[in-house]
Design a protein around this ligand. Structure first.
Ligand code: NDP
Ligand code: ZN
Length: 356
C-alpha cells in the first residue's frame, strides 16, 4: 500500500482544505479501510464552523461512510481485505469498563466512543483506521447500495437511539422535535415501535413529505408559536406520552417538558452547542415530582447494532432512500457537498459522495 494519502480536513476552526498525510497503521485488532461512499453530517458543520469538538488542526473530517477493508490486524477474526463493510460513526473500545457497564459510547471518557474526526482522523480520506474491527465493523449486505449504507453510520442509529431513550411503546403519542435526517429516523423508529400518533416539528417541505412517508400523522411549525401550546391544542390539553428531541436548542427542553404527560419520557439526541444550562420549567416538571424523565445520549455504535439496523434495510423494513437527496460523484465533490450541508438549502436532507 502507498505511504501517503490525501484527505479533506479541518485546517483550523472555520477553515477546510485538502491535505496529505501518512496512511494510518494497523494495530493487531484494527482494520484499515477505504471509503466507497461518504456522507456529510450536520456534526461536520458544527465541528468546523462552531468549533464543537474544540480547536483541531489538519484533522481529516467525516464519520459517515461505507467502505472496503484493505488491511486487518493479526488478531482480527471476522474481516479480511476486500470485504465491504458498514462503518458506525461511533467505534467504542469494547474492553473498556464503560462498555462493560453498557455505555460503550462513553468508553474511556464521556463521548469518547466518537473517535472519527474528533480524537483521530475521519473517513474523508483515501484510507482510514478502525479500532477493534471485530467489535465495530459489519459486513455490508449485498443488496444495500453504498450510498444508502452511509445512512447506517449515524442517521439511522442516532434517530433510533432517540426512540430508545424516549422508550416508545405500542400506542404512544410521540412528539418528534426536529425532522432533519436524524429526526426523520426517529419518526421511522417510533412508527416501527408502534406509536399510534406521531407529531413532527419542522418546516422544510422536503422533510415534511419524508416524515409523512415515515409515519408522522400531525405537523407543527416551531415558527408558528410555542411548540407546547400547539401540542396541547392537538391533544385536548393532555400532552404526549413521549418526546424525542432531534433539533432546536437549550430552550427546546422547556417545550418538551411542557408537552409531555406526567410519567412521560423525553429522549434527546440533539447536539447542544450554545448556552450554559438547559431549561427545565419548575411547575411543568411537577414542581420536581412529575415523573417526567429526561435522557440525552450519543448513539451507541458497534457491530451488533450495525448488523441489526443493516438487516432492517436489507429486508425492506426501512427505506433510507428518501434521506439521500443530493448524490455527488468523485473525491473532488467533497468540498462542494460539505458547503451544501453548511448552506442547508430547503430541498437538502443528506448529501452523499460516491467514490467507487
Ligand atoms: P438538521 O439541521 O437537518 O435538522 C434540524 C431540525 O430541527 C429541522 O427539522 C429544523 O426545522 C428543526 N429545528 C430548527 N430549529 C428549531 C427550533 N428552534 N425548534 C424546533 N425545531 C427546530 O439536523 P440533523 O437532523 O442532521 O441533526 C440533528 C441534531 O442531531 C444535530 O444537532 C446533530 O448535531 C445531532 N446529532 C447527534 C448525534 C448523536 O449521536 N446524539 C449524532 C448525529 C447528529 P426546519 O425544517 O425548519 O429546518
Ligand atoms: Zn453524523
Amino acid at each position: 500500500m502507498e505511504k501517503m494519502m490525501k484527505g479533506f480536513a479541518m485546517l483550523k476552526i472555520g477553515e477546510v482544505g485538502w491535505i496529505e498525510k501518512e496512511v494510518p497503521t494497523c494495530g493487531p485488532m484494527d482494520a484499515i479501510c477505504k471509503p466507497l461512499a461518504i456522507a456529510i453530517c450536520t456534526s461536520d458543520i458544527h465541528t468546523v464552523w462552531e468549533g464543537a469538538v474544540g480547536d483541531r488542526h489538519n484533522m481529516i473530517l467525516g464519520h459517515e461512510c461505507c467502505a472496503e477493508v484493505v488491511e486487518v490486524g493479526s488478531m482480527v477474526k471476522d474481516f479480511k481485505p476486500g470485504d465491504r463493510v458498514l462503518v458506525p460513526a461511533i467505534t467504542p473500545d469494547w474492553n473498556s469498563l464503560e462498555a462493560q457497564a453498557g455505555y460503550q459510547m462513553h468508553s474511556n471518557g464521556m463521548l469518547a466512543g466518537w473517535k472519527f474526526s474528533n480524537f483521530k482522523d475521519g473517513v474523508f480520506a483515501e484510507y482510514f483506521h478502525v479500532n477493534d474491527a471485530d467489535g465495530n465493523l459489519a459486513i455490508l449486505p449485498d443488496n444495500i447500495d453504498p450510498v444508502d449504507a452511509c445512512m447506517l453510520s449515524d442517521m439511522v442509529p442516532t434517530g433510533f437511539h432517540g426512540v430508545e431513550l424516549a422508550d416508545v411503546e405500542f400506542g404512544d403519542t410521540v412528539l418528534v422535535i426536529g425532522i432533519g435526517p436524524v429526526g426523520l429516523m426517529s419518526v421511522a423508529g417510533a412508527n416501527m415501535r408502534g406509536a399510534s400518533r406521531i407529531i413532527a416539528v419542522g418546516t422544510r417541505p422536503n422533510c415534511i413529505a419524508a416524515a409523512k412517508k415515515y409515519g408522522a400523522s400531525d405537523f407543527i411549525s416551531y415558527k408558528n408559536g410555542p411548540i407546547e401550546e400547539q401540542v396541547l391544542a392537538m391533544t385536548n390539553g393532555k400532552g404526549v406520552d413521549k418526546v424525542i428531541i432531534a433539533g432546536g436548542d437549550v430552550d427546546t427542553f422547556e417545550a418538551a417538558v411542557k408537552s409531555v404527560k406526567p410519567g412521560g419520557k423525553i429522549g434527546n439526541v440533539n447536539y447542544l452547542g450554545n448556552g450554559d444550562y438547559i431549561k427545565i420549567p419548575r411547575e411543568a416538571w411537577g414542581v420536581g415530582m412529575g415523573h417526567k424523565q429526561i435522557l440525552g445520549g450519543l448513539m451507541p455504535g458497534g457491530r451488533l447494532r450495525m448488523e441489526k439496523l443493516g438487516s432492517l434495510v436489507a429486508n425492506g423494513k426501512l427505506d433510507v432512500k428518501p434521506l439521500t437527496t443530493h448524490v455527488f460523484e468523485g473525491w473532488d465533490a467533497i468540498p462542494q457537498a460539505l458547503q451544501l450541508m453548511k448552506d442547508k438549502p430547503a430541498d437538502l436532507i443528506k448529501p452523499v459522495v460516491k467514490l467507487y
